[in-house]
Design a binder for this molecule. Structure first.
Ligand SMILES: CC(C)(COP(=O)(O)OP(=O)(O)OC[C@H]1O[C@@H](n2cnc3c(N)ncnc32)[C@H](O)[C@@H]1OP(=O)(O)O)[C@@H](O)C(=O)NCCC(=O)NCCS
Length: 153
């Protein structure tokens, strides 16, 4: 069902983001360009998610320089949500994190994003905290839930 999930294909991601409605093509292009150096240094592992031959989303693992843990994020286009795609992509990111020898992986999500919370809880993440005024987005301080997955005891 999920063929070639997480093949690297940044150029095609830029082209199709807009139709699946996750971000505008321009926003994604700017984001990827700003991350290029980090991708080269191995601090960013950004992937395109394929569903069959269709590109349906993206997922990434970010590692701050010198740190032994990563941060994950993902999105799936509206038409393809609820098919287990983000769950599979997250499992693959966890595998990558283990291969890289990380001690754990963090994730944050908005309390309203039930789908994202399900993905994290299904893949073994534990909810470890909540901050009511955490992220400044469009001049509004938004809440976030914090999740952690320990990879090494
Ligand atoms: C969050 C997101 C990545 C989930 O992707 P997905 O491929 O649909 O995830 P999965 O199918 O693996 O699992 C999601 C689960 O949550 C459920 N779900 C999704 N939205 C939900 C909601 N609003 N309320 C309750 N359950 C919800 C799905 O039905 C599914 O559960 P099920 O398998 O029991 O039916 C996707 O919805 C998305 O990209 N949303 C917009 C961007 C975003 O929120 N990114 C995450 C930032 S932290």
């Amino acid at each position: 069902m999920l063929k070639n999930c997480l093949s690297k294909s940044l150029a095609s991601l830029v082209l199709i983001i807009s139709p699946i409605g996750a971000k505008t093509a321009e926003e994604e292009k700017t984001f990827l360009e700003s991350q290029e150096e980090k991708i080269k240094l191995g601090e960013e592992h950004q992937y395109t998610i394929f569903f069959g031959k269709k590109i349906v989303g993206g997922a990434g693992l970010k590692i701050e320089r010198g740190k032994k843990y990563g941060d994950i994020g993902y999105f799936v286009g509206k038409k393809f949500q609820g098919k287990g795609i983000a769950t599979k992509a997250t499992k693959k990111l966890i595998k990558k994190a283990k291969e890289l020898g990380l001690i754990g992986v963090k994730a944050t999500t908005h309390p309203f994003k039930i789908g994202s919370q399900k993905v994290l809880e299904r893949t073994g993440f534990k909810r470890v905290g909540y901050m009511e005024k955490y992220m400044l987005i469009k001049e509004e301080l938004q809440p976030r839930l914090f999740y952690w997955l320990l990879l090494k005891e």
